[in-house]
Design a protein around this ligand. Structure first.
Ligand code: 3NM
Ligand code: MG
Length: 521
């Protein structure tokens, strides 16, 4: 009978001074076991064989006391000498069938994999578990092959969901308290999920390895603050065309707009120089409370106020990027929603890199952009001119697929703005045809939509798609009403009229009047 191994919090050791310091490895591991690590791998690339064996024996004594398996990295001989529970082998180590022959069927054998191919082979050869990585670039191991992110991890999980049904999985690389919940959440595949996470430095290098392990285990066992049932569906359903479903969503959106009036949610904007004032006015007009704060250190305090954050990288700088990253982590930790507006994302290599940095630094509840920006975020190279969307050659279906797949990949909501806007949370994809041509004639009209989305999100955490729809409808219907006013003669007069009409809709919704929504299309 196969033993039931708990992979939830998998500790991989490191004896280098940079990580272990001058502490005794066995004491550090014992503290980690007291904190709750569920399996231990002794990984030591430096010591001589005799030291490996004696350290492994001491480690085995403490892991046995905690009833936790001990595996040895790479060295089958050491595992045999110690009589511990198994080994972990990399792609350049002894092959799995040979390791199995040497260790027998009861040994736990895990394999490092970084591609679908490697994962399928390891499953076929009878691995007990896979260590999937490298998840994020890490200073602990610099000679790793590929950084695959949560998206790559999920592709591997999907690929082995049948043949590797009984093979357990952990991921590894750059996992710590600020990334662990998102890693589990975003790697999730409905037909195969991770069994745990493997960690080196966040435990071994921690001041207090027991407390660090305890905190990590708790985070592993708790869904992240940004988790919602809505949109965590498992199927790639097609666009919603069913009139009844659509009208339900529009009704839910009306309730969101109304709720803003009761809550006056905070919208924390880290936005570009061009739109600061406009965005603050729009936030007020739609019933929110704006704060334009670009200093990342403030975010931890602001994130506790129940509002949302907008990260708009319209005028990105190195300092700005550091500030965005800090704020993103603070909101992820506090459970405040974050909207990402990757302005001009495809325009320069600096911006493409900024997108990569931010996407790796935290979780975005909503990503909003034009076609070029969304393509860049999803990884397609698009050379943009300035920050406006370039000419489009893709069909509506191609765009909708791009939006849906990105939402599935990130497990969030993606909005692609355009003459027809496309919104998806991966399982529900909708098109919104409201809006007016004058929105394309003023600056920042997309940026302030991001601000509007942030306000709706703060009062509709349970359904981010509905929040996003509410923002689009509120904003674009206001634009239509404003453009039709007799006092609007062009872009200049359109801006104040737009602010007025945003406010009028907010006031109407507050008074339970949803007649403005009759224009929704
Ligand atoms: N293997 P940390 S990454 C041991 O990608 C190891 O296979 C990796 O260290 C792989 O938790 C890694 O400190 C080091 O980032 C992970
Ligand atoms: Mg190895």
């Amino acid at each position: 009978m196969a033993r039931a191994v708990d992979y939830s919090l998998y500790l991989v050791t490191d004896s280098t001074p940079a990580i272990l310091g001058d502490r005794d490895l066995v004491q550090v591991v014992e503290a980690a076991l007291e904190g709750g690590v569920t399996i231990v791998q002794y990984r030591d690339k430096l010591s001589d064989t005799a030291v490996l064996v004696s350290t492994a024996k001491r480690l085995h004594a403490v892991t046995k006391k905690h009833n936790v398996p001990l595996l040895i990295n790479d060295r089958i001989d050491v595992a045999l000498a110690v009589g511990c529970e198994g080994v972990h082998i990399g792609q350049d180590d002894l092959d799995l069938p040979s390791a199995r022959r040497l260790l027998g069927k009861d040994a736990i054998i895990g394999v490092t994999v970084s591609s679908i191919d490697e994962a399928q082979t390891a499953c076929k050869d009878g691995a007990d578990y896979l260590g999937i990585g490298t998840l994020f670039a890490t200073a602990t191991k610099t000679n790793t092959k590929d950084v695959i992110g949560t998206a790559g991890t999920r592709q591997i999980l999907e690929a082995i969901s049948t043949a590797g049904k009984n093979v357990r999985t952990v991921c590894i690389g750059g996992i710590n308290a600020s990334t662990v919940q998102r890693v589990i959440f975003q790697s999730f595949h409905p037909s195969k999920s991770l069994d745990g996470v493997a960690i080196v430095s966040a435990i071994i290098a921690a001041q207090d390895p027991a407390q660090a392990s305890k905190d990590l285990l708790k985070l592993v066992k708790t869904p992240p603050p940004f988790f919602t049932e809505a949109g965590s569906a498992d199927s790639r359903s097609s666009d919603i065309k069913d009139a009844e479903k659509l009208s339900k969503l529009v009704k839910a959106a009306a309730e969101v707009v109304q709720r803003v009036g009761e809550k006056t949610p905070l919208s924390h904007n880290m936005t570009n120089l061009v739109v600061q004032n406009f965005a603050a006015n729009v936030a007020l007009a739609v019933g929110g409370s704006p704060i334009m704060a670009n200093y990342g250190e403030e975010a931890a305090d602001l994130a506790k106020l129940g509002g949302s954050l907008v990260i708009n990288m319209g005028t990105v700088t190195p300092d700005g990027l550091t500030n965005y990253t800090k704020a993103l982590k603070a909101y992820n930790l506090a459970g405040g929603s974050v909207v990402f507006d990757p302005v001009g994302g495809g325009a320069t290599s600096v911006r493409r890199n900024a997108i990569k940095t931010l996407m790796a630094a935290g979780y975005f509840d909503v990503i909003k952009g034009n076609e070029g920006e969304i393509s860049t975020v999803s990884g397609t190279m698009v050379q943009q001119r300035g920050v406006d969307s370039g000419p489009s050659t893709s069909t509506f279906t191609e765009k909708a697929t791009l939006v849906r797949d990105l939402a599935l990949r990130e497990r969030n909501v993606v909005v692609m703005t355009g003459a027809t806007d496309i919104i998806s949370d991966g399982s529900r994809t909708l098109a919104v045809k409201n809006g007016h041509e004058l929105l394309g004639r003023i600056t920042g009209s997309g940026c302030v939509l991001g601000t509007t989305i942030s306000i709706m999100l703060a009062v509709s955490k349970e359904d981010k798609l509905v929040a996003t729809l509410a923002a689009l409808l509120h904003y674009e219907i206001a634009a239509e009403i404003a453009a039709a006013r007799s006092d609007v003669r062009g872009p200049g007069t359109f801006v104040p009229a737009l602010i007025d009409e945003l406010y009028n809709i907010h006031k109407a919704a507050e008074a339970n009047d949803s007649s403005w929504l009759e224009r929704a299309k």
